[in-house]
Design a protein around this ligand. Structure first.
Ligand SMILES: [Zn+2]
Length: 281
């Protein structure tokens, strides 16, 4: 049975479809658990493999039973089982968001009858956008490890799955991916340099430039351009609202761009077809 036939079952058989949705949610929660480790460790220059997960307050090693996505956090009441200190709700939120995104992406790919490989591109893009949004909010940085991983995955997967780029030739798919990265990344780099020249300070960080290049590698050039435009518009609306409502932002002169880019990228993933139909009826 080919992957296309398997996805045909998901489309036609409700039992298959339900199984697929539940599996995608469970996988998303498990990946979310790993993304939590990345969000905490990668920007701090720590290894994501060792040491094994432990409570940052008392050093208690997390047992496998305490490491079940979503459920462990609920049953432990958001507290470490050893020192009873609170565990940040970020762990629960990232796992839940990741689970929901993975299952919604599965649904989107099935409903829109996209090539099965689209699911892989979208899952990776969503994971990178989610991690970048959190590290940018918390520490104001988007680690190279996230963005370079996205660019590398786009370049590796594209020749393996040319149907995602709507071509049959593997070299053409690779060229489309590479061209998207260079054009989107180049445009953002130009904006960053121009912004620095005009405002005499960093107006657009290099982390954002690389994040858009990663979006281009995984969502294509139209996806990356939409991500930037939608992210900028959301930022234009969101920044004054944040300044008025959140005390922390009252005297801020710049905003974290990655969370807005992440929302823009998600909108593209879920609504790309309909958006393209609006422009080209
Ligand atoms: Zn503890």
């Amino acid at each position: 049975m080919t992957l296309h036939e398997l996805f045909g079952f998901f489309r036609t058989d409700p039992r298959f479809f339900t199984f697929g949705m539940v599996s995608a949610f469970a996988l998303g929660c498990c990946i979310g658990s790993f993304l939590n480790v990345c969000i905490w460790r990668v920007p701090r220059g720590m290894s994501i493999i060792s040491p094994p997960s432990h409570c940052p307050k008392c050093g208690h090693s997390i047992t496998p039973l305490e490491n079940i996505p979503l459920l462990s956090w609920i049953f432990l009441g958001g507290k470490c089982s050893s020192c009873k200190q609170p565990i940040t709700i970020r762990y629960f939120l990232v796992e839940l968001t990741s689970g929901l995104l993975f299952s919604m992406i599965f649904l989107t790919v099935i409903v829109r009858a996209l090539p099965p490989s689209a699911i892989l591109f979208y899952w990776i893009a969503a994971s990178i956008l989610l991690c970048s949004a959190f590290t940018d909010c918390e520490l104001g940085i988007i680690p190279n490890e996230f963005t370079c991983f996205g660019i590398a995955m786009g370049l590796i997967l594209s020749p393996l799955c040319p149907s995602y780029w709507q071509v049959s030739s593997r070299p053409t798919a690779l060229l489309l991916c590479l061209g998207s990265i260079l054009i989107a990344g180049g445009m953002m780099a130009g904006c960053s340099l121009l912004g620095k020249w005009i405002f005499k300070r960093e107006a657009l960080g290099w982390g954002d430039v690389k994040l858009v290049a990663a979006a281009a590698a995984l969502l294509g050039l139209p996806g990356a351009l939409f991500t930037v435009i939608a992210g900028s518009l959301l930022g234009l609306i969101g920044f004054p609202v944040l300044r008025l409502t959140v005390r922390k932002y009252r005297h801020r002169r710049s905003l974290k761009f990655a969370p807005f880019l992440a929302v823009g990228g998600m909108v593209w993933i879920f609504y790309a077809n309909r958006l393209v139909d609006l422009v080209i009826p």
